[in-house]
Unconditional design. Structure first.
Length: 268
């Protein structure tokens, strides 16, 4: 009897040399969900738990070549998009989406690293809004990212519900404003009809580096597994929260990475 193939998940994102975020976090999250992970690297970063010291964008043709290679041979069941960096990369990713077919796409609009380093050129924000947002199934900004995306459509002090509505008007099918930067760890989901709060536990003693990458990757995996966007968002909230709770504190001098694979579980 032939065993069913695992979902095929593609991350289009940057590489984190410290292993905490970017494609490294995405691939771990895919594995946690029982999916086969593939990658198209948009940029190579030199970073650790303390800082991002250098960013080396890949040429647009290299991004397209990576996506084409896996799409033509292996196939893609869902896509997670992370760090893009600049307008040229955004244009390449927009073109690359034509190669993967009609599959769910989750966009984590990576703009600023946990260390404070800017990871998206300010002049690329317009391209992100106009070229990618209308094509995605779910977009998962944190509160600062949501305010940047909704610039001109919502005030600087707008509540997550208002931000979610403003971002939805830009074209994505579903919006999840994540709660990691709020006093209460509540995600806000909006699909144009339902506005749903997704509560969760806050773990101030946890390690959160890569939490956004993990959340969006788990969400993409569960869309590929057949869940609807709201249920996939609930599952992503749960798994990302547990990964923060179990995070690898003390690994480096800065913010430790989340632990989505249970590396410190009793079984190990």
């Amino acid at each position: 009897m032939t065993r069913p193939s695992p979902p095929r998940l593609l991350t289009i994102a940057g590489s984190d040399s410290g292993g905490g975020a970017g494609i490294q976090a995405d691939l771990k999250a895919f594995a946690r969900c029982g999916a086969h992970g593939m990658s198209a690297i948009t940029a190579i970063t030199a970073q650790n738990t303390v800082a991002v010291t250098d960013v080396y964008p890949l040429p647009p043709e290299a991004i397209l070549a990576q996506v084409r290679a896996v799409a033509e041979d292996i196939g893609v069941d869902a896509v997670k998009i992370g760090m893009l960096g600049n307008s040229e990369t955004i244009a390449a990713v927009e073109e690359a989406l034509d190669l993967v077919g009609d599959v769910p796409v989750v966009l984590d609009p990576v703009m600023v690293a946990e260390s404070g380093a800017r990871l998206l050129d300010e002049d690329a924000e317009h391209a992100l809004r106009t070229r990618l947002l209308p094509r995605v199934t779910v977009v998962t900004p944190n509160l600062p990212e949501a305010r940047a995306l909704a610039a001109g459509e919502a005030g600087a002090d707008a509540e997550p519900a208002h931000l979610a509505r403003a971002i939805h008007a830009l074209g994505p099918a579903n919006v999840v404003v994540t709660g990691g930067h709020r006093e209460q760890a509540i995600d806000t989901f909006f699909d144009g009809d339902r506005l749903v709060e997704l509560p969760g536990e806050r773990y101030p003693e946890g390690a959160a580096h890569g939490s956004g990458c993990t959340h969006s990757s788990v969400l993409a995996a569960h869309l590929a597994l057949g869940l609807d966007p709201l249920d996939a968002s609930r599952r992503a909230k749960q798994i990302a929260s547990e990964a923060v709770r179990d995070g690898l504190r003390g690994l480096g001098e800065g913010a430790g990475p989340v632990d989505v694979l249970g590396l410190r579980s009793p079984e190990r």
